[in-house]
Design a protein around this ligand. Sequence first.
Ligand code: ADE
Ligand code: ZN
Length: 353
Amino acid sequence: MRGGARAFWENGAMDMPEFLHAIPKVSLHLHLMGSVQARTVVDLATKHGVPLPEYDEPEDLYDYPDIYKFLHMYDNSALAVIDREDFHRLAYETLTDAAAHNVRYREMFFNPTTHMAAGVSYETAVDGLIDGMRDAQTDHGIECRLIAAVNRMETPELAVTMVETMLEHPRDEVIGIGMDYAEAEFPPERFWKAYRMAGDAGLHLTAHSSEDAPPRNIETCLDLLGCERIDHGYHVVESEAIMQRCVDEQVIFTCTPVSTAWVYFGNDLDNHPIKTMAARGIKLMLDCDDPPMFKTDPSKDYVLAYEHMGFGVSDFRRFMLNGIDGCWVTDDTKARWRSEFTAEFDALAAKID
Ligand code: ADE
Ligand code: ZN
């Protein structure tokens, strides 16, 4: 591994937060626009003359009472990302930050139609992101692939257009589609056509599901849309039958404690459904969703899950392996990562106080 992130514990014992920072990670649930530092939003808004809400410190921009206001800020930031080098900057910065938390591989959501609404072409966005991903890999050793996410608050027709645009401009780095924005009033079945088109073209499929809606959305995503993973899925705990099915079929859930405790679960991590999901045998991994926008980072979600959900070393080892199983990489790569990551994880675990 490159960089100096390891130095502070190299000669001695470490506590649990240090351990959780140090362990190797894959990241399967992170949104590009949610991962932009507030000062970068201010820089780009200044560069392009894009208005922002009033603020004293840039971080004040990231303060909102509910998901709709959060998404409003998310879209406002996106209006300030115009040039290919802006996209390079966003990808490079979020991956540099991830590498400092020992993230080795990320599959990152971005919203093509959000950028296209700001007048940016799909190719400009995607090629700028790929530029940043390549530089981050060279400088920090972190690998990244892209998932184009359907904004479910827009029309099914626009989602089809998004997939058509992707297929007209194929890039090796763009490996799947997802679905995000607010779920409650925009159920997944609206998007069956876009998912069918993407699946037929060989793209991987995932969707935010049952984040803020009944567990039947999970079955819709698995059976109608053909999803290989479920992003969030917390309301699965409300259906014994669907939960058992997901356990039996070893469906991978990508869960984000901090961002969803704040929005949906009364900011109560101690009673977050992730605890029950793990106890019932759901195959889940942890990630950080929109880190600066929810005042978290790739290690902090793990640390808070440790402090509030009672997870121990063996749980985090399982979550790490679940994440590897969920990656859209070859079986050979997964086998190599399983052996490399577990060796590193176990050596670190031996140093815990
Ligand atoms: N970014 C876009 N949609 C999101 C969602 N539903 N949850 C978290 N971050 C998002
Ligand atoms: Zn998300």
